[in-house]
Design a protein around this ligand. Sequence first.
Ligand code: SF4
Ligand code: SF4
Length: 309
Amino acid sequence: MADGRTDTGSGEDLQIQVSRCLRMRFSESSCRQCVDICPHEAVTLDGGLSLNPDQCHGCLLCTSVCPAGALEHGSDFAACLAQLSRVPEPLLGCIRTKENSNAAVACLGGLSEEHLLVLCLSLPDVLTLNLSDCADCTNNAMINHLRQRVSTLSEAGLLSGGCRMLLTESASELRFQGEAFDRRNFFKSLRSSLFQGVAAILSTTCEQTEQRSEYARKYLPVRRVLLNKNRSELPQELAVPAMKQFDSIISFGECCTRCQGCVAICPTGALKSGLPDAPPGFDQLLCTGCGVCTEFCLDGAVRLSRFLD
Ligand code: SF4
Ligand code: SF4
């Protein structure tokens, strides 16, 4: 840039798997979440999922909503979390604020509710999201989305079981400290479970990378894998709120013919072939609520609902 400041990211920060898009699995899928959230009209679905690189500024908002993992971050979230773990009150920034942050992702717009919950659970004390350079950024539409996500999690009570999460737009309010701060004592004070969580996430990223090389394999978006791997870290009283926030339920009506079509169309493996005269089995942890099974069933036998306690 002319003023010497780092610009925003780009479409290179996105990993696109066109074959994962629900529109590719089922031409009558009504999913258009990526298009609806993109502030730059960079994503199109006419003729299949595609990204206009001239219009994409790498805000990563689309990755935070795609229920099929067709759009994912290029950011290494595991490395980011490990870096944040090295200071007591870390700052998480973006490509524009990385010099004044303990770790950075391409754009904070890619932090889904699941990412935010995992950050909250994994870190002690306080995590500050560094928004100090966001107001005049071309990706500033993400600020409201990020605030809404934090607010949603907070209202669901899900941010009460981990670190305090602050969103700061004022540079003067940021307290940036390097990694060397009393590191030995800090490490001693951490619960070992936090490090286990980080290790689980590191292994998650490896598994996902391996799985993505297989064209037809069923798998979850990374943010859902992160959530599932960290459910054991949730305090008991937050387990049900987490299910209400993130989980769906599939049930089958009397008209189900046991054709198993929904099993085939499900991108995540949440539906499994059952006994010959029984409806498919359902794994709640693997369902992203994408709804393509309900749209695909000609008999209208598949019902999708939110988890209710
Ligand atoms: S949100 Fe994902 S599944 Fe839905 S249309 Fe966009 S790329 Fe396809
Ligand atoms: S069970 Fe249905 S709603 Fe859930 S992920 Fe599979 S296709 Fe989507």
